[in-house]
Design a protein around this ligand. Structure first.
Ligand SMILES: [Zn+2]
Length: 308
């Protein structure tokens, strides 16, 4: 184990550009939740998509987190360097007899039905579940690999969203753990990384709540304890769109030139219900009065003009 003091939270940014406000907000709450209880944080770069990510962006992310006053105790290897580790867990699933190759094309998968879960997942109808060896061989191409899911309900009590349950079999279906090009998917990588780092608390945007049961299933198969989850509301612009990397005026590069970290944190904390009056406040000060019970559950509207 890592030797860190629990609770152990994590930052897991994707170094594909500057953080936007939604990333900042999730990182802030992850930090507040464990620091307010004397816990630790692990930083990990989620750079599975090596085309879109870079070491330069990773370094800017570290500097931006520190500028915000959000520090960490340990940085673990970036995902791009851990494929041999993921191989071992993939083999474990194979040994359990739970993997099978899937030859479906994207258009085949998408023609069946609309995305079911909030993260855009399509329910997999099990097309390739019981192909005979000869049928598999006839495809002459590399398959993706799916893990079989059992019937039954997966339940968790989210720190922010409260009780959540999902029937993996009917709401998700057997899911991909390794793509046809050999790249491991987020579900497998994140489960292995959090599990090996001893993470006890996963805080991230509420768009990922529906992926938690898939990770809980893999945790069970890999022998990791399930962490506590806290899925924080998304930040929306006043016209109802989710703030994203496309909102260049709200990325941290621009915001750092416009306001102090305390001002930025104060605006987020007030909008999220963590403080009662709009005021500048440091992350450290905010940790003294942090409580999950104060945090809003619903998406948070933010007017970009507030930051000017
Ligand atoms: Zn298939």
């Amino acid at each position: 184990m890592s030797g860190l003091t629990p609770p152990i939270g994590r930052f897991a940014p994707t170094p594909s550009g500057r953080m936007h406000l939604g990333n900042v907000f999730a990182a802030l709450v992850a930090w507040l939740s464990v620091r307010s209880r004397g816990g630790s944080l692990v930083l990990r770069m989620e750079d599975l998509d090596t085309q879109r990510t870079s070491a330069e962006n990773a370094q800017i992310l570290r500097e931006d987190l520190l500028w915000l006053g959000l520090d960490w105790d340990l940085e673990t290897d970036p995902q791009s360097r851990r494929s041999a580790v993921y191989d071992r867990y993939f083999e474990k699933l194979a040994d359990l007899g739970l993997l099978y190759p899937c030859y479906c094309t994207r258009s085949q998968l998408h023609s069946v039905n609309a995305p079911h879960l909030s993260d855009g997942t399509y329910v997999y109808p099990g097309t390739c579940r019981n192909l005979a060896p000869a049928e598999r061989a006839a495809f002459h191409r590399d398959p993706a690999w799916r893990v079989r899911v059992p019937e039954g309900l997966w339940q968790l009590t989210d720190l922010c969203q409260g009780p959540y349950s999902q029937d993996l079999a009917t709401e998700c279906g057997d899911f991909v753990v390794r793509r046809a090009d050999g790249v491991y998917v987020y579900q497998l990588a994140v489960t292995v990384d959090d599990g090996e780092a001893g993470v006890t608390e996963v805080v991230r945007g509420t768009d990922l709540l529906s992926s938690a049961p898939r990770q809980m299933y893999l945790q069970k198969l890999f022998g990791f304890a399930a962490p506590t989850y806290g899925h924080v509301p998304l930040l929306m612009s006043v016209d109802g769109r989710r703030l994203s990397k496309r909102d260049k005026d709200l990325d941290l590069g621009i915001l750092r030139s416009r306001c102090a970290p305390e001002k930025l944190i104060g605006i987020l904390a007030f909008a999220a219900g963590l403080i009662d009056t709009p005021q500048s406040i440091s992350a450290k000060e905010l940790a003294k009065e942090f409580s999950w019970s104060h945090l809003k559950k619903e998406n948070i509207l933010l007017d970009p003009a507030t930051f000017v």
